[in-house]
Design a protein around this ligand. Sequence first.
Ligand code: HEC
Ligand code: HEC
Length: 347
Amino acid sequence: MKKKVVYGVVLLLTLISLPWLLSDFTRDEEDAATLFSHENSSYLSDYPAKQFINEPLQPVVEPQNLNSEKVSLGRRLFSDKRLSPSGDIACSSCHRLDDGGADRRLHPVKGDKSLGMINTLSVYNSANNFRWYWDGRATTLEAQVDESVTSLTELGARWNQLLPTLVSIPEYQAAFTRLYPSSGIQKDNVIDVIVEFERSLVTPGARFDRFLLGEVDALTSEEKNGYQLFKTYGCIACHQGGNVGGNMFQLFGVMANYFAGRKPLVEADQGRFNVTGNEDDRYRFRVPSLRNVALTAPYFHDGSVETLEQAVMVMASHQLGRPIPPDDARLIVLFLRSLSVQNSGDL
Ligand code: HEC
Ligand code: HEC
């Protein structure tokens, strides 16, 4: 008797919910159909067009669930010179938000006006890398921000001076108390808002991405040829994924020693060896992302090359072991330029 009632109730509930369940399925299918059809060329989603789903390069994906209040506080800190001991530089002095997220210098100018020994990396899309810095020594974004704040190569601040400075500025007091009512201005919270800001620094909408998203005319035929060459020469073996790099470590000089005959070598030239102490890791680097690469000359960890054309030639001879004819290199450079989002700072 009891069993029958239970069955009855279950049957009734199933019948009642059936139309709803079905309609939801149809809605999902419709969504998927619109995502992949791209009938409307101005439609941008995170999904590549059907024919590009298995491409080695993928479009930049908008970050989800960002806390906009943290992002804007992080942005203020990023550009505030009062955070540096000299009061002369901010993160944005070396990472120019209106220009590719780096500084276009051979070596960055530090707070004490001396020059750093390693080329500045872009902050754009860097949250999507798998490790941070040229040698990949930071394994979390939090560790990277901690280092960027304190390292003498970057902001060169000390937490025990920086935190009292922030406490003395009423707007920061108010903003941190609103976001973190029980803890306020603390090292972890400062790191947290800068991390959130870095996560927001993505550059979707490059012409190359619009092409992958189904807008076939977003690239010229020369740029499309350049992309083909980028694939057939094997650049994608190392520069791949949404960041066109940033997801593995590789030797700089697989086919020819880049450092031979160069004097003097500095610590930074040892690459990942500095992190692991393994002989195998000498001259090994995190493969850099090529997003916005046209905006971040000079190139390589040592800034040793001025133009993208030269960088492509060095890659061909040292990473692939085969020269690339100048016209092919030109086409690859045209493709690389299509990865830029101009005025990234406006995003
Ligand atoms: C004096 C110039 C300078 C200042 C100021 C500076 N940076 Fe940097 N930044 C660099 C250099 C140089 C590198 C590369 C260092 C390395 O790999 O060893 C770098 C690397 C980074 C990276 C790593 C990107 C990646 O993909 O690996 C991030 C993110 C970053 N900085 C954020 C910041 C933040 C946040 C601040 C402020 C707290 C800051 N930087 C201040 C010069 C600077
Ligand atoms: C075996 C892996 C590998 C291959 C293949 C490879 N690269 Fe690289 N690429 C790297 C590494 C590692 C670096 C960083 C070198 C350094 O500065 O220490 C780099 C750096 C670059 C840079 C400079 C980026 C910057 O911000 O300074 C460009 C441009 C580049 N590669 C383009 C190419 C092109 C084009 C090809 C194909 C012709 C290619 N790469 C093939 C591993 C590779």
